[in-house]
Design a protein around this ligand. Sequence first.
Ligand code: UVW
Length: 334
Amino acid sequence: MIEIATLEEFRAVSNRVRNWGRWGADDECGTLNFITEKSVRRASDEVREGKVFSLGASFDSAGPGGVLPMRPNPQHFVTIGGDYDAHVAQFNAGATEPKSAFFDTAFGGDGLMRFNDDVLVLPLQCCTQWDALSHVYYDGMMYNGFPASAVSALGAARLGIDKVADRGIVGRGVLVDIPRFRGVDVLDAAEPVMPDELDAALAAQGVAIESGDILLLRTGAWEKFQADQDATALTFGSSGLSWRCAEWLHEREISAVAADNIQVETTAQEVENGFLALHLLCLRDMGMMFGEMWNLRELSAACAADGRYAFQIVAPPLRVTGGIGSPLNPIALR
Ligand code: UVW
């Protein structure tokens, strides 16, 4: 049974883990500052076989979108292609010189060249993603004391995803595979992952955390969703880290956490009046980004096969100016 903590307990932890000012009053990168040139070099030591693992899920209409009204699935339109001549005729109908001549000769008629283009419309949070530090706040403030009002219809003037784009994001990744440790397919939302279980699972896997590591948490939630397509269960019933892992992450100088569930932490409420308590402690107090809906299936199988749970992660967000998150296709190299 989940023990509901008081807001006083929550605020005591938030005071202990808060990194505001640690990397300067203007810092917008948070715990990514733990990734140094040395730790990036160290990450490449983990690439032994040259094997590449794509951790991105598919951006299409079969995603988990639509359960939350602000997050429909991606909408993909082909703007030229297929019925190519009809498209060119349509462009020509509205075109004036010199554009019409260009369409005639370059894109259609007897010219040799043909091409296809498309458009993708998507919520930045709808599938495999990074949460930017501007994603959550409380008491009117975001990470490092930036006011919540820094996010407007124009985007995030502070803590946008563009602010971390220069960082890569590249580093040493460590997988903690809790379903394999528990001997189950998928974690139960009623049993969030506690700090001592992280220690026990990592010890069983024979891997030690180093400062600057990107922690990948496997819960089995994405594999379950792929099998049953139950987006409601994924959104409201996934398990993950307990909010009580905040200090564990803080003490170990983890740079970012990514998981195969929808929100890294458990969907079960653990703090009174509080939802997504770990989001608040990590993103807002520590400045620690979350990666969500990463597909860890093949990586987990490879790690279990040879017992090596550390690798290099290459996970650059899109440089969306003022973006509150970013879709991506993270890569693990072993
Ligand atoms: C919320 O649902 C608020 O956050 P996330 O997308 O990070 O899970």
